[in-house]
Design a protein. Structure first.
Length: 339
């Protein structure tokens, strides 16, 4: 996968350390470098999003397969974006005292007490597919994608699409994942910052979907109707390609043209799926970004193995992501079609 084999350079976020209050050293090492110890027989418990979500299903399988291939024993405790169940699973994991806990938070803040408990008991935790809540940066290590860049890419896709249509003013809607994690928060922060460079383009609605395409479709339909008498909606950001696809389907059903060539709605995704690649090729979606479940899963595997072998990794490790449009879609088609 491009995010692993093609670019192992790590962009490190700045985090505060509890002991010094200063910025943590950037992570610039190669996570695939061999450690000094054996990982065979080590035990990992994964507390992750449930396989009911298509991205999570591939992500989780990639991690489990990668760790087990190196002789690591993996137990997977899944929750379908259920905060209470995740805390229950996390408590169970802590009680079993594994060599490492992998945690993909459903709510960044809700897991803090459990992370404090794990640290007090000397149980290491790697948080993935999100970031630690402010003030909790010293409680665990982070292995994640560069979500800020994904949000920036989404805004750039919308701006380019609107400019290609010759529009100087536009109403834009955003169908986000969930505001309980940095996954959505970082994307929306950078999306808004990039969009602010173009005052004529207004983000008029931002709604959470809990990563549910059915919810995204319903919300888009409602907003199309609501804004029909307010100048209409000219562009939409679906935070995952399957959310963007739901927006496209809702527009088609409402009789709204889609795509630059149709002088229609400009739609972008933010992390790629096969449906998004197909929509880009068909001219229905302007673009997306990577952060594929296989690439991100492999990224977690490499850092988890390094920790199990060495006993330490840098506190924050961000994987490189890439912007995808019709101009380079063929380059990323295979990578983006694993889910």
């Amino acid at each position: 996968m491009r995010g692993i084999a093609g670019a192992l350079a790590v962009a490190a976020a700045m985090v505060l350390t509890a002991c010094s209050g200063g910025a943590a050293a950037p992570s610039t090492g190669d996570p695939a470098a061999e450690g000094d110890g054996s990982v065979a027989g080590k035990r990992v418990i994964m507390v992750h999003c449930g396989d009911i979500n298509p991205w999570c299903a591939v992500y989780n399988k990639t991690i489990i397969d990668g760790l087990e291939a190196e002789g690591v024993t993996v137990e997977y405790l899944q929750d379908p974006f259920d905060v209470a169940l995740q805390i229950q699973n996390l408590q169970s994991a802590i009680a079993q005292r594994p060599d490492l806990i992998l945690l993909a938070p459903t709510d960044d803040n809700s897991v803090v007490p459990s992370l404090q408990q794990a640290k007090a008991q000397g149980i290491p935790v790697i948080v993935s597919n999100s970031r630690l809540a402010p003030g909790a940066e010293d409680l665990a290590m982070t292995v994640d994608a560069d979500h800020g860049s994904l949000g920036k890419f989404a805004a750039q896709n919308i701006v380019e699409g609107l400019q290609a249509r010759g529009l100087e003013e536009a109403n834009i809607i955003a169908l986000a994942g969930s505001d309980t994690t940095a996954t959505s928060g970082e994307r929306m922060k950078e999306f808004k910052a990039e969009l602010a460079k173009y005052p004529g383009y207004k983000l008029v609605e931002e709604r959470n979907t809990d990563w549910d395409p059915a919810a995204a479709g319903r919300i888009a339909t409602q907003l199309f109707a609501e804004y029909e008498s307010k100048g209409g909606i000219q562009a939409a950001y679906g935070m995952a390609d399957y959310l963007a696809n739901a927006v496209i389907q809702s527009a088609v059903q409402a009789g709204i043209p889609v795509g630059v060539e149709n002088d229609g709605l400009i739609v972008t995704g933010s992390n790629c799926f096969k449906v998004g690649i197909d929509n880009i090729k068909a001219g229905l979606q302007y673009g997306t970004g990577t952060q594929t479940p296989t690439a991100e899963g492999e990224w977690v595997v490499q850092w988890a193995l390094k920790f199990l072998a060495d006993g330490e990794i840098p506190p924050v490790n961000l994987n490189t992501v890439h912007r995808v449009t019709a101009e380079n879609v063929d380059e990323f088609a295979a990578e983006c079609s694993t889910s």
